[in-house]
Design a protein. Structure first.
Length: 209
């Protein structure tokens, strides 16, 4: 079998699910994959680096899929977020057993899990792009200081979607779909221009005038 990134990632998932634990070393994983260690190190520096790359691939596969759709560019930011999450779950379904195992080995409130670091960096970068677009189109209101935490809020939203999906036992994960819609709508509504924004600008104008 040809050794490449995909084959190593697939072999890693197989090892974890077969043994119900992570490999204790690169040597152990390579024994399972029937490859030499140098073949592994051509792509990854460690098992932890492999795990980060695997979770990052869940993001990149999703991003590539949605951005390759011609209709995507015409979406509002709200619609782009919905598209991302729905597509992300389709990508994750292919490896649900592995993801459930990994999440269950992590504290529920551990939003800084090492294996998510690279995916978090990529997602936050994507979130910042969406936010800049939303400010330009005035879909979201620019709020000094407060808007600085918006990327973090969207990352926590992504994590909450992931944890909700892991626990969802509904047919075809229908409850997760509903959760995504309500969560995204609530968040986007809270980011949008509101009466309070208009009132603040009005009184600021009056007092400065």
């Amino acid at each position: 079998m040809e050794t490449n990134i995909d084959s190593i990632l697939e072999g890693y998932i197989d090892f974890v699910l077969t043994n119900q634990k992570k490999p204790s070393s690169v040597y152990t994983l390579c024994e399972h994959l029937h490859i030499e260690e140098k073949a592994f190190y051509a792509y990854f520096a460690s098992v932890d680096a492999l795990e980060k790359a695997l979770w990052l691939s869940f993001f990149t596969d999703t991003y590539t899929s949605i951005t390759n759709e011609e209709v995507y560019e015409g979406y509002t930011v709200r619609e782009k977020l919905l598209s991302f999450y729905y597509t992300w779950l389709e990508v994750l379904k292919a490896n649900r057993s592995y993801i459930k195992f990994t999440i269950h080995c992590t504290q529920v409130l551990d939003f800084q899990a090492d294996y998510l670091q690279d995916m978090q960096t990529a997602f936050v970068g994507y979130a910042k792009q969406l936010l800049e677009e939303a400010y330009m189109t005035e879909e979201f209101a620019e709020r000094m200081f407060i808007q600085d935490v918006y990327p973090t809020i969207l990352w926590l939203q992504a994590k909450s979607v992931l944890h909700y999906w892991i626990k969802d036992k509904s047919t075809n994960f229908e409850k997760t779909d509903a959760y995504i819609e309500k969560n995204v709508n609530f968040t986007c509504d809270s980011f949008s221009r509101s009466f309070l924004d208009s009132a603040f600008e009005y009184f600021k104008f009056i007092f400065q005038g």
